[in-house]
Write a protein that binds this ligand. Structure first.
Ligand code: ATP
Ligand code: MG
Length: 761
């Protein structure tokens, strides 16, 4: 069993325990994913048929990497394993079984844009106030219901459901949910949540089908189990019910999708569901240096709700974690880019050794700008997918209509693109006629004069064109069919004549899509190579899956959410500021704040050798410059692992914010001239002090900072918002000492010392 040599005794025990229910809840980097990979390899080596294995991962990328590893150990058998995300695996299963639940096997998968468009139409028809019924809100409610396996019928009936949906809104929401479900059904379409919701219905109502898959999937493994929702939990439970060879791995400290319905109860329930459960503990972190592991532990220890576990590293202590302060978001980008440049040359690293992680997508802009200035190649993960670009969606809408002419969103998208004289009024009439006659819009288009008034002649021509595509797609290869459709729909020409830079770009994107389809047509490892097969999971792909040079040497940029499970030698976590990270929305409840903290834990545990954390003291938000406070999370890190880099010198260009101290003195002398002052932020960013600044080892500190735990009456202090002052009284015991301070500008104030952003001057 040489192939198991790369496992420690606990990991090996978990791999060898192939029978019965197994659970591993362990800290980051302890080899959970590795255990799943080796377990599958071990199953195949033990002559388990690879067709009988089901592995559910969090991203397509994770599945691909796992398959490569298994292939390396076991050879081409790896190809037969059902492995992928919940959505892609069950979309595949539903295509086989769709007729059982009244869907065509070539059902369309509606992406979020499609779903919103359907909802927008419904909300408009029902005349609902778009403030009370914002599309995102409604979609979230429907999504939450589906993820909790609540059908629209149950939603309408149950008084308890969604108690946060205001009572009279609930009635209408129930109606919107019903109409939405019916529209999707009529269009032969499922949204993302349906892929799991309908799988549950299928397994619930069709014992024969359930039985078939229970016997097919004799061995089931689930990675990142802490982020499964109820719908996913039930699928796994049903499929595993006969053999009970189920292994789940996860880390409660990394549960970061509660906002989307992930349920930590799934871990706790697991023990109840399977009394013979074998639990394995993994405690050694193989990913990160001791400093990084210690910092991660100190962060997560602030959460009240967590399963206790030990995590340690036997790697070297490693560098301290660097805290970088910048004066603006642009400068933060520059500091990160400069560090990458420098460390790459001094430590002989590659670009792909670096990752920049942020809380929100919007933060990538300043990072990208800085990287571009230094010609550093980078790639944004999880951003807008290639398949979500307008021109790509347009062509794909033609493909969708070809295979599923009932697909209403596709129809609406291209019925008048390129322009063929079918106006919005006509489209509205088509939809109304379809509703009235209980048929699909395409059926109306097939006989326009029968169903609607003043039908333009081009409607019949459009219908005939789609029908010709249908015939063609049956007989031609994916590439021939795609090219034909691109040409004969008029889309290629429409893009070709647009010679603007964007137009050329769009034309090239279509060419790229066609090239991709050509490659697909020529693949030798698959039998079915029609355009319908190419189309199947396209809505589930992200930009990480459509990457021309997968192995290109680039710096990775991504949100922390999409970094789950990944690792990089050097990681920058940026934007550690109050209201950004933790996000403003999380500040109202402990559980939301704890989820943010878990997110921070996920971020820092991606780093193998070096970790830098940064914040800016001002940042553009919605076009306005705002002052920012360092994140409370910084205070929570044990300062002995930190190193502060306050070396950043303000840049010439950022006039008023040049230098915090100068700014202060200028304020004193220049009180009459407001000319320098930027409009939104009328006071200069004050000196920021947090306890980490006070306690940590400071590399380069322009400011005199001291620990406020030694504060005494009579001392001069500076508060980040109230300015300079003098301590006039201290009362109470540590850690609840209250200080009464007289501030020059605002007068007397009483502050709880542990929260006050104070420094002694
Ligand atoms: P996360 O919680 O972040 O998903 P994980 O628990 O899944 O982490 P893995 O990604 O499986 O951890 O492992 C972390 C790193 O440690 C990987 O690079 C893996 O190859 C390595 N590793 C795990 N176990 C061992 C081992 N026994 N010997 C050497 N390297 C190991
Ligand atoms: Mg993992």
């Amino acid at each position: 069993m040489d192939y198991l040599a790369g496992l420690n005794p606990e990991q090996k025990a978990a791999v060898l325990q192939i029978k019965g229910p197994v659970m591993i809840i362990a800290g980051a980097g302890s080899g959970k994913t590795r255990v799943i990979t080796y377990r599958v390899a071990h199953l195949i080596r033990s002559r388990v048929d690879s067709f009988n294995i089901l592995v559910l991962t969090f991203t397509n990328k994770a599945a691909r990497e796992m398959r490569e590893r298994i292939n390396h150990i076991c050879g081409p058998e790896a190809k037969n394993i059902w492995m992928g995300t919940f959505h892609s695996v069950f979309a595949k299963l539903l295509r086989v079984e769709a007729d059982k639940i009244g869907y065509p096997s070539n059902f369309t998968i509606y992406d979020t844009d499609d779903s919103k468009s359907v909802l927008r139409a419904i909300l408009k028809e029902m005349n609902l106030d778009d403030k009370l019924y914002a599309v995102n809100f409604v979609l979230n409610r429907i999504s939450a219901a589906k993820n909790n396996l609540i059908s629209w019928q149950a939603y309408q009936k149950d008084e308890q459901i969604q108690s946060e949906d205001h009572a009279n809104r609930r009635d209408l929401l129930g109606k919107v949910y019903e109409t939405y479900a019916q529209r999707c059904y009529r269009a032969g379409a499922m949204d993302f949540d349906d892929l799991l919701f309908k799988t549950n219905e299928l397994l619930r109502d069709h014992p024969d089908v359930t039985n078939k898959y229970q016997h097919k999937f004799k061995y089931i493994m689930v990675d990142e189990y802490q982020d499964t929702n109820r719908s996913q939990y039930m699928i796994v439970k049903r499929l595993a019910a006969v053999n009970e060879n189920i292994c789940v791995v996860g880390d409660d400290a990394q549960s970061i999708y509660a906002f989307r319905g992930a349920n930590i109860q799934n871990i706790l329930n697991f023990e109840k569901d399977y009394p013979d459960l074998k639990v394995f503990k993994l405690e050694q972190n193989y990913r990160s240096t001791q400093n990084i592991v210690n910092v991660a532990n100190s962060i997560i220890s602030n959460n009240k709700e967590q399963l206790k576990k030990n995590v340690f590293s036997e790697k070297e202590a490693g560098d301290r974690i660097k805290i970088m302060r910048a004066f603006s978001d642009n400068e933060e980008g520059k500091m990160v880019a400069d560090t990458i440049m420098q460390d790459r040359s001094t430590n002989g690293m590659k670009w792909h050794d670096f990752a920049i992680l942020y809380r929100t997508n919007a933060q990538s802009r300043s990072m990208e700008e800085a990287l571009r200035k230094l010609n550093i190649p980078y790639k944004i993960y999880g951003g807008l997918s290639f398949y979500q670009r307008k021109e790509i969606k347009d062509l794909i809408a033609y493909f969708r209509l070809t295979f599923n002419p009932n697909d209403e969103e596709a129809l609406k998208r291209v019925i008048n693109y390129p322009k063929r004289g079918i106006g919005d009024t006509t489209v509205d009439r088509i939809i109304v006629a379809a509703d009235k006659n209980n048929i699909t819009p395409f059926e109306v288009v097939l006989q326009p004069n029968y169903y609607i008034e003043k039908a333009p002649a081009s409607l019949s021509a459009f219908a005939a064109m789609i029908q010709s595509f249908q015939v063609l797609a049956k007989n031609q290869s994916a590439y021939e069919a795609a090219l034909y459709i691109a040409q004969h729909s008029g889309l290629l020409k429409d893009l070709y004549v647009d010679k603007s830079i964007e137009g050329v770009n769009r034309y090239e994107n279509i060419q790229e899509l066609l090239n991709g389809i050509k490659e697909f047509s020529e693949r030798e490892d698959i039998e079915e190579k029609g355009l319908d097969v190419f189309m199947q999971d396209i809505a589930l792909l992200t930009n990480d899956d459509k990457d021309k040079n997968k192995d290109a040497d680039t710096v990775s940029l991504m949100t922390i959410h999409s970094s789950k499970g990944l690792e990089f030698p050097q990681v920058f976590v940026v934007g550690l500021e109050e209201n950004l990270f933790p996000s403003q929305m999380s500040l109202n409840s402990r559980s939301d704040l704890e989820e943010e903290r878990r997110l921070f834990y996920v971020a820092v545990t991606r780093a193998e050798r070096k970790l830098s954390i940064s914040y800016a003291t001002s940042r553009f938000k919605f076009g306005t410059l705002i002052n920012c406070e360092p994140s409370r999370f910084l205070d929570e890190i044990d300062a002995k692992y930190l190193e502060l880099d306050f070396s950043a010198k303000p840049q010439q260009s950022s006039s008023f914010f040049d230098d915090e101290r100068n700014a202060w003195s200028r304020k004193d002398t220049n009180t009459k001239t407001d000319a320098y002052k930027p409009k939104p932020a009328t006071t200069p960013p004050p000196v920021k002090t947090t306890s980490i600044l006070a306690k940590a080892h400071v590399v380069s500190n322009d400011f005199k900072i001291s620990d406020t735990s030694n504060l005494q009456v009579g001392m001069q202090v500076e508060h980040e918002r109230f300015g300079f002052g003098k301590v006039i009284n201290l009362e109470g015991n540590k850690p609840d000492v209250k200080a009464t301070i007289f501030f020059k500008e605002i007068g007397q104030k009483q502050l709880l010392l542990k929260f006050a952003k104070l420094s002694i001057i």
